[in-house]
Design a protein around this ligand. Structure first.
Ligand SMILES: Cc1ncc(COP(=O)(O)O)c(C=O)c1O
Length: 456
């Protein structure tokens, strides 16, 4: 039975305790419409859900996908019996307090004792709020992010009507700070998005250099660490990545996604601001909500209105079980993921049939099958991806600039700007134990792909 279910008993016990808190209310029978057919429908749902890749299994080594920690799953489910809404305190008193505590722990992980922040539906919404604040503080100025930043920034620029520009990335996928400086000289940049952990290759933008330019050119710095933020706790980063994470507290705002590396179910992003005074920008009237308390209602400092209190309860419980501490159990998981990525990259780089353009900075490995041209390598990547999946090894694909391979693969015929490559996010600590199987599966898929190409 590969699916964890010990937590079901713990959930049942916790439900008893929750129930006891309401035992003084008059008894009543809660009508459950359709209750008799529930088993049938649930079984149908289970049957439908089988149509998924096995994200929980170490042989799923593709996208940034994994199930939440059992405590998060159980705490989330527990909270749904109440279904609190963290918009206003009358919708979710306990869960709002838990959200404030959990977010304060995230801010503290980044070195902030004072902050303003809250959870969001995800990284996109969290980044939208950060860029919205940046644009209100520096209206008419441009937002810039590296060419390897998540597409969401350009899109948010479109949604908010903000001018947006891309800064070129270097051959390791990091923002090119010489290009940023050239661009900054024009004096019209309001906010630089520094990505600490790009979605594609896990590159870490050189935050110390960006902060130096901020001192000279006066723009805001927003760190998008939706994927990479928790790696600040890892003990095995490269010196450059460590230097970037060590200065993260100097950013004006930070985004981190607990639903990526924070072991949470989807629907849990987070934005934190260094200066709590930005809360004034959110000021709005709501005649129907903020009446139950003079304490801060989270809806007063967020753009979303209704939000799941269950997300906050799940995050709070996870951080109680696995505190966000360097040297702790949670941090050990991130270090293990990076070790797994370094090891897979080392093994693939040792195979003449593959080219690894650079060492993984976090836990994402990218590589290409050796072929005469970028087009042929792209076709081979697709075949390897398909064959591996048929053998239950699930990888991912990514279009990378061929310029990333300039050093390691000078003889590559560059008949295209971008090449389809293989990508693997080793975000489950268990991946480290499965590197033999993963490597063997990749090699086996490559051999099959080569045979297929020869036959064609
Ligand atoms: C760096 C980065 N920013 C933003 C996002 C968007 O986050 P979400 O998918 O939670 O909206 C992602 C998603 O992978 C990401 O990796």
């Amino acid at each position: 039975m590969p699916l964890e279910r010990k937590s079901l008993q713990l959930l049942n016990d916790a439900l008893d305790r929750l129930d006891a808190g309401f035992a003084h209310l008059p008894d009543y029978d809660s009508p459950v419409p359709g209750g008799e057919r529930m088993a049938l429908v649930l079984n149908q749902a289970a049957a439908r859900l089988r149509d998924n890749y096995p994200y929980f299994h170490p042989l799923y080594a593709g996208q940034m996908l994994k199930p939440p920690h059992p405590v998060a799953r159980a705490a989330y489910a527990l909270a749904t019996w109440i279904n609190p809404n963290n918009h206003a305190l009358d919708g979710g008193r306990a869960s709002s307090a838990m959200e404030k505590e959990a977010v304060a722990e995230i801010a503290a992980m980044f070195g902030w004792s004072a902050h303003l922040g809250h959870l969001t539906g995800g990284g996109t919404m969290a980044n939208l709020e950060a860029l919205w604040v940046a644009a209100r503080l520096q209206p008419e100025k441009k937002i810039v992010a590296s060419a390897q930043a998540h597409y969401t920034h350009e899109r948010i620029g479109g949604v908010l009507g903000l001018p947006f520009e891309k800064i070129p990335a270097d051959a390791r996928g990091r923002m090119d700070c010489l290009a940023l400086e050239q661009r900054a000289r024009r004096g019209d940049i309001g906010c630089v998005v520094a990505t600490l952990g790009t979605t594609g290759v896990g590159a870490v933008d050189p935050l110390p250099d960006i902060l130096r330019l901020r001192d000279r050119y006066g723009f805001r710095v927003h760190v998008d660490s939706a994927y990479g933020g928790y790696f600040t706790l890892a003990d095995n980063l490269s010196a450059e990545a460590r230097a970037a994470f060590d200065r993260i507290h100097e950013a004006d705002s930070i985004v981190i996604d607990p639903h990526k590396h924070g072991l949470q179910p989807y629907g849990c992003g987070c934005v934190v601001f260094r200066d709590p005074a930005v809360g004034a920008l959110y000021k709005h009237d709501s005649p129907y909500t903020y009446f139950s308390s003079h304490d801060l209602h989270l809806g007063e400092i967020s753009l979303e209105c209704s939000r799941p209190g269950a997300s906050a309860v799940a995050l709070w419980a996870t951080q109680k079980l696995l505190p966000l501490l360097r040297g702790g159990e949670f941090a050990a998981g991130l270090s293990a993921s990076r070790r797994a990525a370094l090891e897979l990259a080392r093994r693939l780089a040792g195979e003449p049939r593959f080219v690894v353009p650079f060492k993984p900075e976090l836990d994402i490995v990218v590589w290409a099958p050796r072929a005469q041209s970028a087009s042929l390598a792209s076709a081979a990547s697709q075949r390897i991806f398909d064959t591996a999946a048929q053998n239950e090894l699930h990888l991912a694909l990514i279009q990378l600039p061929v310029a990333f391979f300039a050093d390691k693969w000078p003889e590559l015929e560059k008949d295209r700007d971008h090449m389809l490559c293989l990508r693997s996010v080793l975000m489950k600590p268990e991946h480290e134990e499965w590197i033999d199987e993963i490597t063997a599966g990749i090699i086996c898929a490559e051999a099959a792909s080569r045979q297929e190409a020869d036959r064609a």
